[in-house]
Ligand binder design. Sequence first.
Ligand code: GCV
Length: 698
Amino acid sequence: MAQKDYKLWLQYNQKTDVELVSKYLSDVQGIVSLGNSETSKIASNELKLGLQNMLGGKFEIKSKSDSDKTVIISSQALLSPEIKKEIGSFDQLNEEGFIIKSISLKGKNQIIITGKKDIGVLYGVYSFLRLVQTNKSIKNLNIVDAPKTNIRILNHWDNLDRTVERGYAGFSLWNWQKLPDFIDQRYIDYARANASIGINGTVLTNVNANALILTPQYLEKVEALANVFRPYGIKVYLTARFSAPIEIGGLKTADPKDADVANWWKNKAKEIYKRIPDFGGFLVKANSEGQPGPQNYGRDHVDGANMLADAVAPFGGVIMWRAFVYSEHDANDRAKQAYAEFVPYDGKFKDNVIVQVKNGAIDFQPREPFHPMFGAMPKTPLMMEFQITQEYLGFSTHLVFLPKLFQEVLESDTYQKGKGTTVAKVIDGTITKTKLTGIAGVSNIGNDLNWTGHPFAQANWYGFGRLAWNPNLDSEVIADEWLRCTFSNDENFIKPVKEMLLDSREAVVNYMTPFGLHHIMDTGHHYGPGPWVSNLSRPEWNPVYYHKADKNGIGFDRSKTGTNATAQYAPEVEKIFDNLETCPEKDLLWFHHVSWDYKLKNGQTLWNGLALKYEEGVNQVKNMQNVWNKSEQFVDAERFKEVQMLLEIQYKEAKWWRDACLLYFQQYSGKELPAGVEKPTQSLDYFQSLKFPFAPGN
Ligand code: GCV
């Protein structure tokens, strides 16, 4: 039961094509591992497992290369001078990179997987296995690859009671009560899965932090996890609650300028590094949504971040300081607030601080234009924060392939230094030349047997890792790899299901928030539509704040005639977004309040176009169902059935979204639904009466 689900993209399915297997066996028959660190043992065992499972037969691991057709895995230091000569320069590699090269030595053909460090070798092994998993040739290999960012990290919003904020895949993996003595096999499997896609860090705890994690009682448990993850190249990080010096340190203040406070953090860092010498550092959410921070003491983000940076600097630690801030005391457009607050700090943070910015200026919506901060802080390392867990995208019930969303953001041109200054180039340091670079993903992992709730949500974890490694990777390539590694290489399966994956993101945009609508989900839990919600204590928590529908039209005017949020972008981008005629229609209602009769590019009125988009979204889900139903022969019965049931829910919920939103907006447009849009079967009152007191993740 659930074995297939559990194995993620590391299925290593036995190949049934005899010709293909014999082709592979003509290149590889044995394994030679020259190192004996824990990491190199993991690498050689993985290679053995993968090759045996996929190609059959026995692949002994030897420590000497005396036969033909072996895969030799070794760090640079242990390679013989002859092999080193064949490999050539290691200069293009960073500490985590790898080379995979076919060489011929003394008449013997070998494949060398090497790197400067053992962790590079491990990444190389996973990359090599991926070639075999996806039926690629392993002849004449000459691959040089290295990660483009140095912090590739999951953010777990996991609480100490094992609930997960915005978690839709069960409870937290971290069993704090049984740690440190009980090491759940899942910790090892988690580390392995992450290593296989190049993730090298994990923040174990929620950004809405609990100071107890920094007490010895918990640090002992964190240390146990760090010990499990270390050989897989994964560093552990924690969230630091800014008021911890008061809550667990007995101080009267947490003022970052107070010497006792700074000392308390220095000692805390010392204590942590004594246990965990490679501890990554802290992630901090400060003065945001009620979390304490330096502003409680009249100080600012720079004061707070730099004080913590000083504490971890002697040990090589990093502070990831979040820019997700907005205030109920600030009447300005919420979308403008983080930029307004942080951009003046450009260049003021210490070297070991990196500012973590969400992909868009509001909050992980199905679609947002890229966050203007990415184009505006050339002297500050900025790291991307994506949300892998689907808080606003149908939880773990809806099939949505997020790499498509991630790619759209990474490819966006900030014009910070002229045309071509993409977000990817900002965060990988190409443009800013910052040493610290990174991508964070808010994890969608829990203790569900299949890790992520929806079998296809595994693709979002996978895709996140692949994009963190290389932010320029195409989501089509990611979808292709993931499907082959997770299900089947059969082209009759790959082609339609890949298309389904790639379309799924646009589908969710269409049935939830077309044309730049945003944050119209129901309140608190964000499950289902709630465009009518207007009674929350903070204006910017209310959907009506975002869509601003009235008799005249719909949308948030962020152009010059409105809040002028467009001015936060570089002039080239500002110009495009600011003008109703040039603003991409996908972002129209994000930037403009548009009349119901406005003519869209295809000649339809906005009202008709909007209604038809909702309908299109529903139809896209129907199409996904059709594609999946034809895939039965390629997929194990269990996963087939699971996905089938989930798609049925998604279809129902897509219709719910369409009907509820159109009935609600229709009150303002006063217009009939156009031909081609199905009539709602329920009333607006009915949709407004729906309540979900126990929606998960809240
Ligand atoms: C962890 C959104 C979510 C919150 C989350 C917050 C954040 O507001 O709804 O659950 O808190 O973002 O990113 O800090």
